[in-house]
Design a protein around this ligand. Structure first.
Ligand code: MN
Length: 250
């Protein structure tokens, strides 16, 4: 598989140089899934190429993050579900919401870490877009941000503070709770949909999230998490975030 994917990548790069990359992205995206293995859950393709978020998030970080880290969560999630048909057939969000009912503590931890990792990364990839395609916050999102934080700039400060103060590995989130926007953060691969596992003030419907594990930024930014968070704003898909708010408040 490794040789095949390297070949696909070389062909992509050669053809891309001749013909422009956009038309070839779907084919390249299919080749990205080479590291996924069998089981009820699968590694989703990225909705853009590994280099699409550069220079804000570099291609090598994106490729390792998707092909190795995210793929690893999917693989370990599937391994934990092997021989457990009633859990394996649940959609991922349902599986995460039902975790408190899983009695075996080591199984519950495996599902929490790897199911959470799978959900969070899928959400993260679709929270971002190439810089030219990020769109803008719609009127409802702009109003909600103003109402909750005072404005877009103040929201960004609050979100960056949550991302910066999360000790060790974890995530910062913009969530909808009781119809209002709030910023929160969670450790490890926990997330705001894990009812019964995360603290009450971490629960809500996420509409934006940033991965602040070092693997998300270390190659390009080393210890400078703040510089990575600054760069993240260049690739936030505001159209997607606006759509999630609309859905969460419908
Ligand atoms: Mn990650």
């Amino acid at each position: 598989m490794v040789q095949k994917s390297h070949l696909a990548r070389r062909q992509f790069l050669q053809l891309g140089a001749l013909a422009g990359t956009a038309a070839l992205l779907p084919r390249y995206a299919a080749a990205q899934s080479a590291d996924a293995e069998g089981g009820p859950h699968t590694l989703p393709d990225l909705p853009y190429g590994y280099d699409a978020l550069a220079p804000h998030i570099d291609a090598r970080t994106m490729e390792i993050h998707h092909r190795k880290h995210h793929a690893g969560y999917v693989r370990k999630l599937n391994a934990a579900l092997e021989g457990r048909a009633s859990l394996a057939e649940k959609p991922l969000a349902e599986l995460l919401a039902d975790l408190p009912a899983v009695e075996d503590a080591s199984l519950r931890a495996a599902l929490r870490n790897n199911g959470g990792g799978h959900w969070n990364h899928d959400f993260f990839w679709t929270s971002m877009a190439p810089p030219a395609k990020t769109g803008e916050a719609d009127a409802a999102l702009t109003d909600a941000l103003t109402s909750a934080f005072g404005g877009m700039d103040e929201f960004k400060e609050a979100f960056a503070a949550a991302a910066g103060s999360r000790f060790g590995s974890g995530w910062a989130w913009l969530i909808v709770r009781d119809g209002k926007l709030e910023v929160t953060s969670t450790p490890n691969q926990d997330n705001p949909v894990m009812k019964g596992l995360v603290a009450d003030d971490e629960l809500g419907t996420p509409i934006l999230g940033i991965d602040v594990w070092e693997h998300a930024y270390y190659l390009n930014y080393q210890h400078r998490r703040g510089a990575y968070v600054d760069a993240f704003w260049k690739v936030v898909d505001w159209g997607a975030v606006s759509g999630r708010l609309k859905k969460a408040t419908a």
